[in-house]
Design a binder for this molecule. Structure first.
Ligand code: PHE
Ligand code: NA
Length: 442
């Protein structure tokens, strides 16, 4: 049986952007920004995307395209059968399951808000509404619904499932977000939200540098879907004629653009209704506060109800195009390494995440730890492992792979890229890992 591949270059790019653009942009990014000094966080975050995110993305692409395998199989084969490197890849596969187990719970919340927006179900009392649905049996139900939608796409495979779905979702998301941003920035009071978001506060940054750095690094990896092997897996369905560097840069630019755009929707809405600092303070008050503030905003604003349908509809699509990229990793692993049918593999993993996700949906403490802390640690450690592998095991071969399909200008960047992947980037990641672990201990 020949392995599947993307039908078009655009199809690959949109699927990868679909993976990158997700709850990280709309839900986790404002949450983290609000907790870490607003624009100060934004600046550090953008710098890390450029200096660490893009080279890291290319490292994952190189592993995936060279091996044509899932992360575990890729590292095992490319190291000529080293079990330890195989285990590093397998760590990514496990991380994907952990990620999906909380992501699908949040996806369930959004699905519920989307459906409730049609009737204005939460308009009367947004705070109580969320409190009644966030954890417990209703959350389990919507988590299962969201997971089922995810599985439905993945079971269709690369071309007929993922590529076809994301090709419709991504343009829809971008067009609708632009329209929403145009509306949000003209709300009365939006200016305060924009200045919190965009004015640079150097004092805050100097006082909290390491906290901001740790949070920004974690968020930068999360938003670009790095450190799990999603990008390894997606690139494993690519041919040699792709210019990895230009595709990767485009993906990073589009993801960052959508993230900033989402901020232009979310921050003005938070400040427009709940007044200065209540919004971000509320958003900083935990993962659910953002929903409460936004739902409150929609319930007070003119045309709030149809706009809420559009807004939550966009987020459902963004979340789905990311969750399918998480489920695809372990599915590819079972298909590649154990010869399972895609259908069987998808069904087995869906059952597994049904259970692990329900644990998160029933236990707020567990959820908070997984979504806020554990994921940052696993992504950082995972990407550090992938970079060391590319830098020290693949070495020169990585540059060859990097250059295949690229023009001469990109090729000339190969050696500098390899050098950074070998040295400063893993050091940087291990440093932030240490900072995050210290924060956890202290
Ligand atoms: N990048 C996605 C988001 O921002 C999350 C994600 C992380 C997806 C890792 C796949 C792998 O929502
Ligand atoms: Na993202």
């Amino acid at each position: 049986m020949t392995r599947e591949s993307w039908r078009t270059r655009l199809g690959f790019i949109l699927a990868a952007v679909g993976s990158a653009v997700g709850l990280g942009n709309v839900w986790r990014f404002p949450w983290m920004t609000a907790e870490n000094g607003g624009s100060a966080f934004l600046v550090v975050y953008l710098a890390i995307i450029l200096l660490v995110g893009v080279p890291g993305l290319l490292a994952e692409f190189v592993i995936g395209r060279r091996s044509q395998r899932n992360p575990a199989g890729a590292l095992y084969r490319l190291s000529s059968g080293s079990k330890s490197w195989g285990a590093v890849g397998l760590f990514g596969v496990v991380t994907a399951v952990v990620l999906l187990s909380f992501y699908s719970v949040v996806g369930g919340w959004i699905l519920r808000y989307f459906l409730a927006s049609f009737t204005g179900g939460y308009f009367g009392s947004p705070g109580q509404y969320f409190g009644a649905i966030d954890f417990g049996l209703p959350a389990v139900g919507f988590h299962v619904g969201f997971l089922a939608l995810t599985a439905l796409v993945v079971v269709g495979g690369i071309r007929d499932g993922i590529e076809r779905a994301t090709k419709v979702m991504m343009p829809a998301i971008i067009v609708l977000l632009i329209a929403l941003a145009g509306w949000a920035v003209t709300r009365p009071g939006a200016g305060a939200g924009l200045s919190f978001y965009l004015d640079f506060d150097g004092t805050y940054l100097r006082a909290n540098f390491f906290d901001v750095l740790g949070a920004a690094a974690g968020q930068a990896l999360f938003t670009l879907s790095l450190g799990v092997g999603t990008m390894i897996t997606y690139a494993s369905y690519l041919g040699d004629d792709h210019n990895l560097a230009s595709d990767g840069s485009l993906i990073a630019v589009l993801n960052t653009g959508v993230g900033v755009l989402a901020g232009l929707v979310v921050f003005p809405l938070l400040f427009a209704t709940v007044g200065e600092l209540t919004g971000p303070a509320a958003a900083g008050g935990g993962p659910g506060a953002l929903f409460v503030s936004l739902a409150g905003a929609f319930s007070q604003l003119p045309f709030g109800q149809p706009l809420a349908v559009v807004f939550f509809g966009v987020i459902v699509l963004a979340a789905l195009s990311s969750s399918i990229s998480m489920l695809e990793i372990p599915v590819a692993y079972l298909v590649d390494e154990f010869g399972l049918e895609r259908r069987t593999a998808t069904a087995a993993l869906t059952c597994l995440v049904l259970v692990t996700g329900s644990a998160n949906a029933l236990n707020p403490g567990l959820f908070g730890f997984v979504a806020g802390t554990l994921v940052d640690l696993m992504l950082t450690a995972g990407l550090a492992g992938f970079l060391v592998f590319v830098g020290w095991v693949l070495g020169k071969d990585a540059v060859t792979e990097f250059s295949s399909g690229a023009g001469s200008r990109v090729r000339s960047l190969g050696p500098a890229w390899l050098w950074s992947v070998r040295t400063i980037l893993p050091l940087f990641l291990l440093g932030t890992l240490a900072v995050n672990l210290l924060a956890l201990a202290g």
